[in-house]
Design a protein around this ligand. Structure first.
Ligand code: GLU
Length: 327
């Protein structure tokens, strides 16, 4: 077991949770559900919250969405102690787009261990019809570029810049999720060597999220269960980099009334649209808290009022289909 609880030495760390939105659109109800649980989980233990913008990919992120994220969180009454434009905190910058030099240093530490190699595979090669797929739908990397000779690397580098991949071990990685319990993944068979830096120089989410949660003293990560299958990769990075991992709590997903997964394209379930329809922050929080099993009725509530009611034990494990007409 290598989660935060198992590895905690006698000293107790102050609780730090985080919001880590990708500013590629307006927050939707699923993002808000997760943000509410992250806030309640940390604040019910007297913890602090960090707001970090995961704007790694310049093609997807926009400054106006970062501002909107802050407005949306405030609309619900969710505040934070560090990051964003609130000025607090000493672990900044709190935008991943400004932290590349730090990611590069960590990448070099991993490279010194002989665990990083260039990968020249094209998108088409990676997504070949016969490539096995992981549970999250991504192809499992075959290891094709793992054993290239220096000469082959030089030859290929003339044609295209490589991505950089991390070698994973032939090992089952086990951890305990704070909400879903014991989890395990065979890194090589179920995921394969994974990308740390893309061929266009953009650092990968897996590296950046570990780098930043560690640097910002995050002790608990609360996020949708769609990221559950990324957690073993991240725990592997924690181990290699010698960082103490947080405790992970994954949340069930909120589904649209027709059972679809919500996405940033579901404009009608964005906070912007809900507010335009006249819903107050308290009404939205209360309905989300009811979905989370914290209230018996979907009545208006402030986040603070939910603190005494919060317990992970009340939160369902299966995904939650929004009843027609709730929002
Ligand atoms: N930035 C990611 C997202 O918006 C969340 C990453 C995480 O919580 O680890 O989906």
């Amino acid at each position: 077991m290598i989660n935060g609880k198992e590895m905690a030495p006698a000293g107790v760390r102050p609780v730090v949770g985080r919001f880590a939105p990708t500013p590629s659109g307006r927050l939707h109800l699923g993002n808000l559900f997760c943000s509410l649980l992250a806030w309640l989980s940390a604040k019910s233990l007297g913890g602090r919250m960090v707001l970090r913008m995961e704007d790694l990919d310049p093609a997807r992120s926009r400054g106006e969405y970062s501002e909107a994220v802050e407005r949306d969180l405030r609309y619900l009454g969710l505040d934070w102690d560090e990051g964003g434009t609130c000025g607090g905190g000493t672990s900044g910058p709190y935008e991943q787009g400004k932290r590349s030099a730090y990611y590069q240093q960590l990448l070099e530490r991993l490279a010194e261990k002989g665990l990083v190699y260039p990968c020249f595979c094209s998108r088409a090669e990676l997504h070949a019809a016969d490539a096995p797929h992981a549970s999250d739908g991504d192809p499992i990397y075959s290891g094709r570029c793992r054993t290239l000779t220096r000469e082959e690397m030089e030859q290929r580098a003339r044609l295209r810049p490589p991505a950089l991949r991390l070698r994973v071990p032939d090992e089952v990685l086990c951890f305990e999720d704070g909400h879903y319990g014991e989890m395990s993944q065979h890194l090589e068979r179920e995921c394969g060597d994974f990308i740390l830096r893309r061929s266009d120089g953009v650092f990968a989410y897996q590296l950046a999220v570990v780098a930043d949660d560690a640097a910002m003293g995050v002790t608990e990560v609360v996020r949708g269960r769609d990221l559950l299958s990324s957690t073993p990769r991240q725990l592997y990075l924690y181990r290699l980099l010698g960082f103490r991992p947080p405790v992970f709590y994954h949340t069930p997903l909120l589904l649209a009334p027709d059972g679809r997964r919500l996405s940033k394209r579901d404009g009608d379930l964005s906070l912007e649209a809900l507010a335009a329809r006249g819903l107050t922050g308290r009404e939205i929080v209360g309905r989300l808290a009811w979905c989370a099993g914290l209230l018996d009725r979907p009545e208006p509530a402030l986040p603070e009022e939910l603190l005494p009611l919060f317990s992970w034990k009340k939160v369902p494990h299966s995904d939650i289909c929004l009843p027609e007409g709730l929002f």
